[in-house]
Design a protein around this ligand. Sequence first.
Ligand code: GDP
Ligand code: IMO
Ligand code: MG
Length: 431
Amino acid sequence: MANVAVIGAQWGDEGKGKVVDIYGKHAEIIVRYQGGNNAGHTLVVDGKKVVLHLIPAAALHADKTCLIGNGVVVDAEIFLHELETLKASGYLKNSRVHISDRAHVIMPYHKQLDQLREKAKGSTNIGTTGRGIGPAYADKISRIGIRIGDLMNASYLKSRLDETVTEKNCLLTHLYGEKPIDVNAVLDHFLALGEKIRPYVTDTNEILHAGIRSKKKILFEGAQGALLDIDQGTYPFVTSSNTTSGGATTGAGIPPTSVHEVIAIVKAYTTRVGSGPFPTEQLNPVGERLQKVGNEFGATTGRKRRCGWLDLVALRHARNINGFTGLAITKLDVLSGLDEIQVCTAYEYKGKKLTTLPASIEELAGTKPVYKTLKAWNEEITDLSDVKKIPQALADYLKYIEDELEVKSVLLSVGPDRNQTVELRNPFERG
Ligand code: GDP
Ligand code: IMO
Ligand code: MG
């Protein structure tokens, strides 16, 4: 028996939602532990598509415990909307959904400030999702955040809002020339929202710790990807949380020893939404083809995703900071029919070869990828069900990635549907 973390290995949108849906059938408790509704996790079951931003992507299975951990920043309105939509579609049957009372709340002023800051930055912006993620985490770290549990305590919430709104109004009026916020209107709105979410709010630690003691199978659902990690990603072009496996422990409130398997979701090529360096980006017909065939549009903002070749320098960095125990390689079908496949094995910077990801964003932006060219395959693989039937060139591509990363594959994904998957090893059944 093992507890499993599913981690994005690149810049997000690797197919975490699909894999969490598949692993959801094995797990009893599923936990989102960081990020917020900047995430867009897509599930396709029998051709029907569902996009989840906040509720764990195992929600389509019945009889599950779905938790939103303390490390998540919660837009309470999005949560309620997502919950109602799922229930109206007949999902979450006999399932329980809980939000940690320690999770922080995304307030309207967080969204407003996120958008105003991005606008003010102009061409140097991060390209955030505008969902208020950065400002909500900033308030948490500055100890002026509002927590989910605070929404159920009117006098305490008022005192917290009085303090934080005074600061926000100063920024809004003096820096951005906007109208000040009416603290009483915010208070009334959030007390009413607090009443609506009250049935779902609890100390999720108790559920998780009881689950760990009774050896329930727990699945930790990562959002974003390793290269968007606030500490180890391509800072400042990152999100504002720890997207790595370490984030699962602090963001769910469990010890590192309770995460036994770290499954890396690796897209067979690379994509990125928003700004920031992307050494293997293909601003040419190859990139356009990947974007088109891969249907690479952001699941949250609808923006076109930037596309490029697989980057082993970035992936080795992701492996080292996460401790991958298995690879789930997705979107392999998108590569079918290419003339050849390129993989970046190192970077070149000012005549020097780099094999590790530089911390300096200027250095990273100035690198040139060193590529190895591999054979492509022509066969359609979208109905692949048996790993023995895969084309030789695809088998070679997979082996090359596994050897370079020194991690074996546990799952192959050859289409968006739940069925378009080859499961090679069940990580919950580790000996
Ligand atoms: P996440 O954020 O990591 O959950 O990924 P997204 O849902 O944002 O983006 C992944 C997209 O690729 C979604 O539209 C999925 O339906 C789709 N997808 C996932 N796996 C595959 C695959 O193996 N092949 C193809 N063609 N699409 C896939
Ligand atoms: P999933 O979970 C891809 C990117 C944004 C922007 C940067 C900061 O679906 O993989 P933020 O709004 O978080 O402050 O934006 O991070 N970003 C994502 N890119 N997938 C995501 O989530 C992302 N969540 C945030 O585009 O570049
Ligand atoms: Mg996504």
